[in-house]
Structure formats: C-alpha cells, structure tokens
Design a protein around this ligand. Structure first.
Ligand code: C2E
Ligand code: MG
Ligand code: MG
Length: 262
C-alpha cells in the first residue's frame, strides 16, 4: 500500500512539478583518455521536491514510461540542456557536447526528430553539440525495431550523434551492433564491477570491435584510477564516473570544470 501511495504521488505530481520547474538537469563530465581533458558531459534528470529532497530518476522514469509522460519530460530535459549551452555561448565560454537520455517511446512518434531540431533552432545551437543516448535493453525489448531505426537515423541525419547506452548489460548486444549505426558505445558499469581476466578480455575486444565500426567508446561507472589506467591501456576513448565527478547541478558543473581546467 505504501509503495502504491508513493507511486500515485509521483504519477499525479507530474504536471505540477513541470509547471513549477522542479525537474533539474545534473551534469556528469566525460574525460578523454587521450589527454585527460573534459570533452563532454551527460545530462541526467533530478526531481527537486519543494520539501528540499532530491529524487533520482530510478524512482520515476519507469512510471512515466508506463503512462507516456516521459515524452514531455525528455523534451523538457533536452530544452534545459540546449538553454544551458545557449547561456554558455552568450558568456563566451567554450562549449562542450552534451548527451541527453531519451526513452524508446519516442520511436512511436513520427515528428520526434523535428521536435528536437525545432528546439535547437529556437536557441541557435549547433546539433553537433548534442548526442542522444538510447539504452540497449530498451532497444532489445522494442517490438518496433523499424521505427527505432528510423528515429535513430533521423537524429544522425540532422547532425545529432546517437549513443548506445548500458551496452553489454543484456545478452544479445552484438545483434544490435549489426543492425544499428551509432556513433558512441557506452560500456555498462557492470563490466567493471568484477575485474576478472575474462571480463578484461571482453572489454578489450569490444573496444577494438567498436573502433573498427568507427564508434567512440565511453566507459561508464568508473570509480578509481586503476580502472582509468587499465582502460587507457585498452585504448578506450572516454571515462565517465565518480572517479572524476558524480552528476552535479549545472552551476556546480561549471565551477568544477573551471577548477579542473586550471
Ligand atoms: P544512465 O543514462 O546509464 O546514466 C548513468 C547513471 O549511472 C546515472 O544514474 C549516474 O549517476 C550513475 N553513475 C555514473 N557514474 C557512476 C559511478 O562511478 N558509480 C556508480 N555506482 N554509478 C554511477 P542516474 O542519474 O540515477 O540515472 C539512472 C538512469 O535514469 C540513467 O542511466 C538513464 O537511463 C535514466 N535517465 C536519467 N535521466 C533521464 C532523462 O532525462 N530521460 C530518460 N528517458 N531517462 C533518464
Ligand atoms: Mg545515459
Ligand atoms: Mg548508462
């Protein structure tokens, strides 16, 4: 009953939370293994409740996927990210590409790509500064593979890169690589949890495979420097994880970046 009550509160609270702009973007840096510079960030959503608590996406994304409201939330998050880039552009700061998560539900709407493009045009932001992340499990479960492929190709046609998120978490990942052309492969955190020789071998070879398909490889959920060094040896391109920073608010991110680049 308690669980049901909390879920109902989340579901019924959506419209008011949107109106009060309680959803915030948090940014987590992506660091290059070539020269350790910050060459991107991922935006993840947080719900900042009026009582001061911050809710993480695991608590609400799946509920909004079930009732379809995730579409509005994803567009909102994307617009907040584009706004953030536009503000930085105005201040004359160096712009870095930002990736944004999108639910697979977007594949059902034929005007998804145009909507994203319209937001970019409204703020005068180059599509090359954005990347859309789609999760592997969602793609595998999707019964509308043709539609998924269409949206994915649509993003790439207008110049937005596409990343395959949480790669390796599910079982039949390789068939996805064959079927979908993506720009970035994000190796799932679970690869790095038990660091056996076997899992190192797999990671090493997946990185080579990705490179042979002209993809960039991001290792996700990296928590210590040993992992960073090992991944550099394996020719991985980018690191994202607590070792550099947790996802932090946009203001905190700018301060963090300034400090890091000093
Ligand atoms: P994701 O896209 O794979 O995002 C990465 C998640 O891993 C984030 O959790 C991040 O906080 C966490 N993480 C990053 N580095 C580390 C690390 O070193 N160690 C550990 N233990 N965890 C790390 P978060 O922010 O709770 O997001 C969870 C998921 O919610 C995301 O996974 C994404 O699938 C979904 N999500 C987040 N924002 C959005 C959104 O705006 N729209 C949609 N559709 N989904 C979103
Ligand atoms: Mg992601
Ligand atoms: Mg991920």
């Amino acid at each position: 009953e308690e669980k049901q009550r909390v879920e109902n509160e989340i579901i019924n609270g959506f419209d008011l939370a949107m109106r009060n702009r309680e959803f915030k973007i948090y940014l987590q840096p992506r660091v290059s293994l070539f020269d350790y510079s910050i060459i991107g960030a991922e935006a993840v959503v947080r719900w900042q409740r009026p009582d001061g608590t911050v809710m993480i996406p695991d608590a609400f994304i799946s509920l909004y996927e079930r009732n379809g409201r995730i579409i509005d939330l994803d567009f909102f998050v994307f617009e907040e990210v584009v706004k953030f880039l536009a503000q930085n552009k105005k201040k004359g700061r160096k712009l870095i590409p930002i990736s944004v998560n999108a639910s697979i539900l977007h594949a059902r709407n034929s005007d998804t790509v145009e909507h994203y493009l319209e937001i970019l045009n409204r703020y005068g932001i180059n599509p090359a500064l954005l990347e859309i992340e789609l999760t592997e499990t969602a793609l595998l479960e999707s019964h509308q593979f043709e539609f998924v492929k269409q949206v994915l190709d649509g993003f790439r046609r207008i110049g937005i890169a596409v990343a395959l998120d949480d790669f390796g978490f599910a079982y039949s990942s390789l068939s996805l690589l064959k079927a979908l052309e993506v720009d970035t492969l994000k190796l799932d955190r679970t690869f790095f949890l038990n660091e056996s020789k076997r899992s190192r071998n797999i990671v090493c070879n997946v990185i080579q495979l990705a490179h042979s398909l002209h993809m960039n490889v991001v290792a996700e959920g990296i928590e210590n420097m040993e992992q960073v060094h090992a991944l550099r040896e394996m020719d991985c391109d980018l690191i994202q994880g607590y070792v550099y920073s947790r996802p932090i608010s946009a203001d905190e991110f700018e301060a963090w970046r300034e400090q890091y680049e000093k």
